[in-house]
Design a protein around this ligand. Structure first.
Ligand code: FAD
Length: 517
C-alpha cells in the first residue's frame, strides 16, 4: 500500500509539473497545424505586449495575422473546441492604443486586426450614404477614401490613427458627439465572429442583441470584422475658433447653450489650462494650427483658464462666404468669453480632423510619443459638473503641464441605451479627459507615481462626493468594481457574455471575466 501510495504521488506530482509544459507544446503544435489564408507568428511578437498606455506588458503565445473573416472564425473555433480545460484566450488588437493592456492576452492568441486592412472599402452614395469597411481599418484611411466621393463619417475621435473595431468597442467620442452621438451611434451594421466562432451579420433589425452588445462592449462578445458606417457630405474647409474664459460656470453655460441651440457650430470641445505663466500675452502667437495640442503648453499666469474650441464647416458650393462669416459672428456674439482672446483660423477639413497626428510626428521625433500615458477619462453628470470643477480643477489639479485636460458636454439622448456603453443617467454628460504623460526617469510632478496619485485623488473625491461619475475607457481590477461600473446593466452584460462568449476567452486584458479552467 505504501509503495502504491508513493508511486501514485509521484505520478500526480509529475503530471502537475509536466502538464503545463505538455499543454503548452500541444497547443503550439495545434495552432501551427491550422490552415489559414493569413499566418501565425510565434516569435518577434513584442509589439503585441505594448500599447499606448505603456504601463502593462503581457506577452502572448502567438499572433495571428488574418487575411479573412474565415481565418478569425477558424482560430476561435479551434480555441472553443479545446473547451474549458484550456487556458488559451484570444484578444483582437486594433492599433494597440489602449491604455491598460486591454488588447493584450497573457500566453494567449492576439488577432492582429490591422492585417485585414486593405480589404476594399465600398462607398455607397445616395440619400443616406455609408461605407463598408474592415474593422481593422484606421479611421484616417476611411477619411481619405470617402473624401474622394465628397463624403466623410459624421462622428470622430480626436485622433484618427485608431481602428474601427477598437473605437466601436469603446464608444468613439469627440466634438461632433453632441450632434451625432459617438461613433457607436453612427453604425448601421456589423459583421461579428462570436466567442464560438460563428460569423454573424448584425444590425438594429438583425441579431439586434449582438449588435448592441458589441457596441461599447469592450471586446467581450465577439470580434468585429466589418462595419457599415454612416456618412455625410464633407466640408472642404473649417473655420477653427478658440476663445478663453476665466470662469468655469460661464464657460460651461456657453458650452451647454451651444450644444443645445438649433443653429450652432459643427464641433464643440473645451480645454482646461492651469498654471502657465504669460498665457494672455502669448495666446494668439502660441496657437499654431499645425500643432493645436500645444494649446496645453500655453502659460496662464497661475490662473485656471478654460478654452472653448469650436469649428464651423465651410462648404465649397455655399459660395456666399459673407453669410457664413455672418453666421459665425452671430453665434460668437451669444457667448461671454474674454473678448481679447478670440482666435480664428481656416484650415482644410482633413487637416483639422487629423490635427493630433501633426503633434504625434513632433513628439515621435523627440522620442516622447512612447512615454507612459496614465490617462483618466470620466463621464460627469451635468448636475455635478460645477462641484467637480471646483474641487478637481480648483484644488486637486495643480497644473496642466503633463498633458491636455479636455472638458465638453454631450447629450445623453444621442446614446443608445441598448448598447453596452455605460454613462451617467442625465440629459447632459460632460466628458472630462486627463490626457497625461509621465516621465519614467523623473521623481517630480511629471513622474508616473505623481500622476497616478493625482488620478486616484480625483477618483476618490468622485466616490466620496457621490458624483455618479463613470469611467470612459474604463479600467478596474476586480469584478466587484466592474459590477458597480455597469450598475443596472451588469446583469444584461453577464447574460450576453454567456450567450456570445460562454468560455470567456475574449479580450482578457479588460479583466472583467476570467476564463474558467
Ligand atoms: P486597441 O487598443 O487595439 O483595442 C481596444 C480594445 O478593443 C481591446 O480590448 C481589444 O481587444 C478590443 N478590440 C480591438 N479591435 C476589436 C475588434 N475588431 N473587435 C472587437 N474588439 C476589438 N477615444 C475616444 O473616444 N475619443 C478620442 O478623442 C480619443 N482620442 C485618442 C487619442 C489618442 C492619441 C489615443 C492613443 C487614444 C484615443 N482614444 C480616444 C482612445 C481610443 O478610442 C481607444 O484607446 C481605442 O481602444 C483605441 O483603438 P485601437 O484600434 O488602438 O484599439
Amino acid at each position: 500500500n505504501v509503495l502504491f501510495l508513493r508511486s501514485f504521488t509521484i505520478l500526480v506530482l509529475s503530471w502537475v509539473i509536466i502538464k503545463p509544459e505538455f499543454c503548452f507544446s500541444s497547443v503550439l503544435s495545434s495552432l501551427k497545424a491550422l490552415h489559414l489564408q493569413g499566418h501565425i507568428t510565434f516569435e518577434n511578437n513584442e509589439f503585441a505586449a505594448r500599447d499606448f498606455g505603456n504601463q502593462i506588458h503581457v506577452h502572448p503565445l502567438a499572433v495571428v495575422h488574418p487575411k479573412s473573416v474565415a481565418d478569425i472564425s477558424e482560430i476561435i473555433k479551434h480555441v472553443w473546441q479545446m473547451g474549458p480545460g484550456s487556458e488559451l484566450t484570444v484578444a483582437a488588437r486594433g492599433h494597440g492604443h489602449s491604455l491598460q493592456g486591454q488588447a493584450q492576452a497573457r500566453r494567449g492568441v492576439i488577432i492582429n486586426m490591422e492585417s485585414l486592412q486593405g480589404q476594399e472599402m465600398q462607398v455607397y452614395r445616395g440619400q443616406f450614404p455609408y461605407v463598408d469597411v474592415s474593422a481593422g481599418e484606421l479611421w484616417i484611411n476611411i477619411l481619405h477614401e470617402t473624401l474622394k466621393y465628397g463624403l466623410a463619417p459624421k462622428s470622430w475621435t480626436d485622433y484618427l490613427h485608431l481602428t474601427v473595431g477598437g473605437t466601436l468597442s469603446n464608444a468613439g467620442i469627440s466634438g461632433q458627439a453632441f450632434r451625432h452621438g459617438p461613433q457607436i451611434s453612427n453604425v448601421h451594421q456589423l459583421e461579428v465572429v462570436t466567442g464560438k466562432g460563428e460569423v454573424l451579420i448584425c444590425s438594429k433589425e438583425q441579431n439586434a442583441d449582438l449588435f448592441h452588445a458589441v457596441l461599447g462592449g469592450l471586446g467581450q462578445f465577439g470580434i468585429i470584422t466589418r462595419a457599415r458606417i454612416s456618412l455625410e457630405r464633407a466640408p472642404r474647409m473649417v473655420k477653427w475658433i478658440r476663445v478663453l474664459y476665466s470662469d468655469f460656470s460661464t464657460f460651461a453655460r456657453d458650452q451647454e447653450h451651444l450644444i443645445s441651440a438649433a443653429k450652432t457650430f459643427d464641433y464643440i470641445e473645451g480645454l482646461v489650462i492651469k498654471n502657465k505663466t504669460g498665457l494672455m500675452n502669448n495666446w494668439r502667437a502660441s496657437f499654431d494650427p499645425q500643432d493645436p495640442v500645444q494649446a496645453s503648453h500655453f502659460v496662464s499666469d497661475g490662473r485656471t483658464l478654460y478654452c472653448l474650441e469650436l469649428t464651423k464647416n465651410l462648404y465649397p458650393e455655399k459660395s456666399d462666404t459673407v453669410n457664413q462669416m455672418q453666421e459665425i459672428e452671430d453665434l460668437l456674439s451669444q457667448l461671454s468669453y474674454i473678448p481679447s482672446t478670440l482666435f480664428m483660423s481656416e484650415v482644410p477639413y482633413i487637416e483639422f480632423l487629423d490635427r493630433v497626428h501633426a503633434s504625434e510626428l513632433k513628439l515621435r521625433s523627440k522620442g516622447l510619443w512612447d512615454l507612459p500615458h496614465p490617462w483618466l477619462n470620466l463621464l460627469v453628470p451635468k448636475s455635478k459638473i460645477q462641484h467637480f470643477a471646483k474641487e478637481v480643477f480648483g484644488n486637486i489639479l495643480k497644473d496642466t503641464n503633463n498633458g491636455p485636460v479636455l472638458v465638453y458636454p454631450i447629450h445623453k439622448s444621442k446614446l443608445d441605451n441598448r448598447t453596452s456603453f455605460v454613462s451617467p443617467n442625465e440629459d447632459i454628460i460632460y466628458l472630462v479627459a486627463f490626457l497625461s504623460h509621465a516621465n519614467p526617469s523623473s521623481s517630480g510632478t511629471d513622474s508616473l507615481e505623481h500622476v497616478l496619485t493625482q488620478n486616484k485623488r480625483i477618483l476618490d473625491f468622485c466616490d466620496v462626493a457621490h458624483l455618479g461619475v463613470k469611467q470612459y475607457l474604463p479600467h478596474y481590477t476586480t469584478q466587484e468594481q466592474w459590477r458597480t461600473h455597469f450598475g443596472p446593466k451588469w446583469e444584461v452584460f453577464v447574460q450576453r457574455k454567456s450567450a456570445y462568449d460562454p468560455l470567456a476567452m475574449l479580450a482578457p486584458g479588460q479583466r472583467i471575466f476570467q476564463k474558467a479552467v
